[in-house]
Design a protein around this ligand. Structure first.
Ligand code: CA
Length: 233
């Protein structure tokens, strides 16, 4: 996948490019807003496919990163992940309102960044092809989650889950490696901000671990929430 890295700090860019290249990305580096906006024009790289993702640092020397994001949005449908040291909610909302697809706060974990890049790229490519079946089933090692039929199997054997267990697993499985906060899970799965008895979520997680016979699949991140650890085999 081609990836446009917009970053004015050459040391940061070199280190990140090396990691991304090792993970199979074809990285193009832009050092400022102007270079970034030029890079996404098809005429700049004739014969090359469009970028799969733009990683946009917000602190750029020539233009405000938010403005660059807004301008990128007008030039291309390539998903944009903003990368910034500003972690406050207002900055985040502002970025998402300008059309960013995701928002990563420095310092970030490289594994999480890679998971987010793959997640936005996957969402984007499935939006391009509405008939694509790839998004109908999530496959994580031996675990297959069929979204339309709500069926889950482990190594080909179907596992019976309750509605909420399925919703919880499907939510976490959409972004393996990414930590979901407790409140976020409760509001998405139970569609409420009420935490029930306070143990509802724990009970469902425990039940999933035991039904799937994969206790390490869902990892507890103390004081924060849960994440799904994609099995390697
Ligand atoms: Ca910067």
């Amino acid at each position: 996948m081609r990836l446009l890295l917009v970053e004015d700090d050459n040391h940061v860019a070199a280190a990140l490019s090396a990691v991304l290249t090792r993970h199979g990305f074809d990285v193009v580096h832009a050092r400022n807003g102007e270079e970034a906006l030029r890079a996404v024009l098809p005429a700049t790289h004739p014969g090359k496919p469009p970028f799969g993702v733009v990683l946009l640092d917000l602190g750029l020397p020539d233009q405000d990163g938010y403005q660059v994001c807004g301008k990128l949005r007008k030039l291309t449908s390539t998903p944009v992940i903003m990368v910034t040291a500003r972690s406050d909610v207002r900055s985040r909302i502002h970025g998402l309102n300008l059309g960013a697809d995701d928002y990563v706060v420095k310092p970030y974990d490289t594994g999480e960044l890679l998971a987010r890049i793959h997640a936005v790229a996957r969402r984007h490519s499935s939006a391009d092809e509405p008939g694509a079946a790839a998004e109908d089933a999530l496959r994580l090692g031996p675990v297959t989650i069929e979204l339309p039929t709500r069926r889950v199997s482990v190594a080909g054997t179907e596992v019976q889950l309750t509605r909420k267990e399925f919703d919880l697993l499907a939510l976490l499985a959409q972004r393996p490696g990414v930590v979901f906060r407790r409140e976020q899970i409760i509001s998405e799965v139970w569609r409420t901000s009420w935490e029930g008895t306070g143990r509802t979520l724990e009970v469902h997680v425990a039940s999933l671990r035991s039904k799937l016979r994969m206790p390490a699949l869902i990892e507890t991140v103390r004081g924060v929430g849960y994440r799904l650890v994609a099995p390697t085999a």
